[in-house]
Ligand binder design. Structure first.
Ligand SMILES: Nc1nc2c(ncn2[C@@H]2O[C@H](COP(=O)(O)OP(=O)(O)OP(=O)(O)O)[C@@H](O)[C@H]2O)c(=O)[nH]1
Ligand SMILES: [Mg+2]
Length: 217
């Protein structure tokens, strides 16, 4: 698997610590344990760039990873737990909420949904928030190695229904397995598409696609 030149920049716990260079940012968002850190590792082609934890909710800060000098992947803290109280939004830190609502360089929210389960309450909250704020948005169905083809098809239908009910039409979807190394190019394609949108920050003459950034040792 090819690597993408990647560096951990920092964990951000306060607004003032956000990078000031204006590079576009792609945020990985989803419930705790859905596979955000694993997807980040898959995307950059390194096994242990983002910490993968079996203990839900371990990542408490917004973790910024520089992809070349072109963009940041932002590993957001996991949201909500299976046994969380009803008002899940309370578990979103004010920083996450403000980051999503106000962050200028935010070019794409990648919402990770576990392919094994119907979208959970926390997923519906994310969709509602995305619709309300009109954020650039795509969904990644994770852990595809855990289900068969027919369950994959059902998951797509359940997802499409939830998206429609949230008022979100035409949302791009990728299917991944960090375990099997599947879906990497599909997710990068979503990122490229978002960076190419007219209201995204200009990409200069930067090379296109992860293969072009294959400079890491
Ligand atoms: N089988 C399988 N397991 C996966 C996959 N992706 C992640 N996992 C497992 O799911 C667990 C959680 O993965 P993480 O990547 O740490 O999830 P996270 O969303 O970053 O979790 P928090 O940071 O705690 O919110 C780990 O045990 C991973 O090994 C996948 O594609 N397939
Ligand atoms: Mg994580």
């Amino acid at each position: 698997m090819k690597r993408v030149e990647t560096q951990f920049l920092k964990g951000v716990a306060h607004w003032e610590q956000l990078p000031a260079d204006g590079r576009p940012e792609v945020a990985l968002m989803g419930r705790s344990n859905v596979g955000k850190s694993s997807l980040l590792n898959l995307l950059v082609g390194l096994k242990a760039m983002a910490r993968v934890s079996r203990t839900p909710g371990r990542t408490q800060e917004l973790n910024f990873f520089a992809i070349g000098d072109r963009l940041y992947l932002v590993d957001l803290p996991g949201l909500g737990y299976a046994n969380a109280p009803k008002r899940l939004r309370l578990l979103w830190s004010r920083l996450i909420e403000r980051y999503l609502a106000e962050r200028e360089p935010l070019a794409l929210v990648l919402h990770l949904v576990d392919i094994r389960h119907e979208p959970l309450a926390v997923d519906l909250e994310i969709m509602a928030f995305v619709a309300e704020q009109q954020l650039p948005y795509a969904v990644v169905l994770t852990k595809s190695d855990k289900v068969n083809r027919s369950r994959q098809a059902v998951a797509r239908r359940e997802l499409d229904l939830a998206l429609r009910e949230a008022g979100l039409g035409e949302v791009p979807v990728a299917v991944t397995s960090a375990e099997k190394g599947l879906g990497r190019a599909a997710v990068w394609a979503l990122v490229e598409q978002a960076l190419a949108e007219p209201d995204a920050p200009p990409a200069d003459d930067a090379p296109q696609g992860p293969d072009a950034w294959d400079e890491a040792g």
